[in-house]
Design a protein around this ligand. Structure first.
Ligand code: TYM
Length: 333
């Protein structure tokens, strides 16, 4: 790790099985960044418990998410990979930043508004303050860039506001991070309702494709994906289902949507969907095989997350002490 490399931080919640939205919107881009930047990639288990999780499921999924990072090409030798709860500074810094965040700001977060509608009165306080924990994740490492999908943009803006406020109140402490949102794949939509983003927490399994779905299931889900009655493969907002499938084909193959439009000019949706499914399978089958291998080697995974936590702890503790000092806490040592 060289001192002058810019720092990157990002993470994924182990709150459900990962979808191709997580893959194309986040992980695939992380791989492209690993040589140029000093990257911290975290499995954010503290975030996942903002909604109820079965203990055995979150335990299993935490390792699965870590295995998926590595299987997708995020090299543990080049990046710091760790589990959020192993670095207690995240929760502590989260508290300090909570006291520098306004309820009004949190109430405006669209993700909170959506989710709280779903859970009604029993929505946890954690779900409201979740973006503050995300700010703590990022600011503890003085990250320059945060590679995420489009849905996290608002949380990043809040992170910047919180950082600026802390800097203005207590003197410059944090770098102001920028979002790093890919041109393609930033918003993979729900296959059944293409006006919504594809989400691992959806109730309808036909609306998403999981990274670990079998080839047959992928073919079935793409086949059932909602399109329209126009029958032309065209990249248009009037055809959101087709547009989404074109985006998926584009990120899976690296081809641009104009070429795709030309190729399918005279072909129907059946042919097009078949190719979309095969392109996804070609991209993720090798990842699936590696995930399975890695999950059979728990010792290896353990060595990665322990080593990662050690490195992350060192950096995060230093920043946490700085924050505490600026706030006026008496030093403990
Ligand atoms: P999460 O776990 O919901 O999603 C992880 C990443 O996947 C991206 N993503 C998508 N991209 C394109 N299309 C989609 N349909 C799609 N669905 C998800 C997300 O944008 C994200 O990049 N709050 C974060 C996790 C987090 C975090 C952080 C991220 C916690 N601390 C610090 C960055 C930095 C979240 O819930 O992501």
């Amino acid at each position: 790790m060289s001192e002058d490399k810019k720092v990157i931080f990002s993470g994924i919640q182990p709150s459900g099985n990962l979808t191709i939205g997580n893959y194309f919107g986040a992980i695939k881009n992380w791989v492209k960044l690993q040589d140029k930047y000093d990257c911290y990639y975290c499995v954010v288990d503290l975030h996942a418990i903002t909604v109820r999780q079965e203990p055995k499921d979150i335990r299993r999924r935490t390792l699965e998410v870590l295995a998926t990072y590595i299987a997708s090409g995020v090299d543990p030798e080049k990046n710091t990979l760790f589990i959020q709860s192993h670095v207690s500074a995240h929760a502590e810094a989260g508290w300090l930043l909570n006291c520098n965040t306004y309820i009004g700001e949190l109430n405006r977060m669209t993700q909170f508004k959506d989710k709280s509608q779903r859970y009604g009165e029993s929505v946890s306080a954690g779900l409201l303050t979740y973006p503050v924990l995300m700010a703590a994740d990022i600011l503890l490492y003085n990250a320059d860039l945060v590679p995420v999908g489009n849905d996290q943009k608002q949380h990043l803006e809040l992170t910047r506001d919180i950082a600026n406020r802390f800097n203005n109140t207590y003197s410059p402490t944090f770098k102001i991070p920028d979002p790093y949102i890919p041109k393609e794949g930033a918003r993979i939509m729900d296959l059944q309702n293409p006006s919504k983003k594809m989400s691992k927490s959806s109730d309808n399994p036909n609306s998403y494709i999981l990274i670990m779905d079998t080839p047959d299931i992928i073919r079935k889900k793409i086949n059932r994906a909602v399109t329209d009655s126009l029958g032309v493969v065209k990249y248009s907002d009037d055809q959101p289902g087709v547009k989404n499938l074109m985006n998926i084909l584009s990120v899976a193959t690296g081809r641009n949507v104009n070429d795709i439009e030309k190729e399918y000019e005279k072909l129907g949706y059946a042919e097009f969907k078949k190719d979309v499914a095969e392109a996804i399978i070609r991209e993720i089958e090798p990842v699936q095989n590696k995930v399975k291998d890695l999950l059979n080697n728990k010792e290896y995974l353990e060595s990665i997350y322990k080593n990662g936590a050690e490195k992350a702890n060192y950096v995060a503790r230093k920043m946490l002490s700085k924050m505490q000092r600026k706030i006026g806490f008496v030093a403990s040592r």
